[in-house]
Design a protein around this ligand. Sequence first.
Ligand code: ADE
Length: 313
Amino acid sequence: RPPPYLSRELGYSTNNSAQSLPARSSGKPTLHDFQFGVTLGEGSYSTVKLAKSRVDGKEYAVKVITKSHLIRANKVETAAAERKALIRLNGHPGIVSLYHAFQDEWSLYFVIDYAANGEMQALISRLGSLSIPCVRYYSAQIADALEFMHSKGVLHRDLKPENILLDDAFRIKIADFGTGKVLEQGEERATTFVGTAQYQAPELLERKETTKSSDYWAFGCVIYQMTAGRFAFNELSDYLTWQKVKRVEYEVPDGFDEQAKDLVNKLLVHDPTLRLGAGPTGSPNDPNALKAHPFFATIVWSSLWTDAAPEIE
Ligand code: ADE
């Protein structure tokens, strides 16, 4: 392990009493197997911390979910659903992997991929908006990850730039399945009101209904935002935002790439069955039709996860 001064540089605490305990090499890990560092993110019921494993020496993100908070907010099922979704999705390069899940008296711990370049939201804020080659590359990765997720029967239900992380190679890792839903065999829709106003689809507002297609609506909002540097739908209150969403009232700014605009127009469609990518396999709007959209003409899908990211600008 690095000498103390380096540990401090990396944000790892050095006054950790567990530091002198031996590392475990097999079985379920415990807190003592990790040296905790800086806080990466904070949610209502959880905190994500950088942690270095004493077992393999690698950096991970550990989501610490406080049990008392879960119980008080009646969200115990939520944590169980998040774990179940992550287990189902293990192995896709565009989705954070879950390596271990363990608990102690006070908390649940999910050991996941550390995405060293943080949230897509921060990148958009820093640059104002992304270049079209970047929008194309990230949109293609999101489309591929969504197709995989849905093929495993998982809905994300809160897709937005805060939940799209960037790894050390600036490739995406979709995170935060805390509002995820694992569909049962034959189940197509969920009826819990979740998400973030700017990305919520009309069917959720009108019928409390979310399907795979609702993730494609949010995807359209994300493409718009990466390209324009602002929300597709955002008013002074959630109520006013929802009115615009229900009427699908949005405008693209001057200079918005024409093919990106066509793609956004085919995703931000009121009828969820007609959105590009959301149709059943073999239909004219299935995930393959989405991948065949002219905006993605230069994307080589077979090397999407090994090609270098375009220059970030
Ligand atoms: N913020 C929240 N989750 C994260 C993760 N897995 N990696 C990096 N930053 C994060």
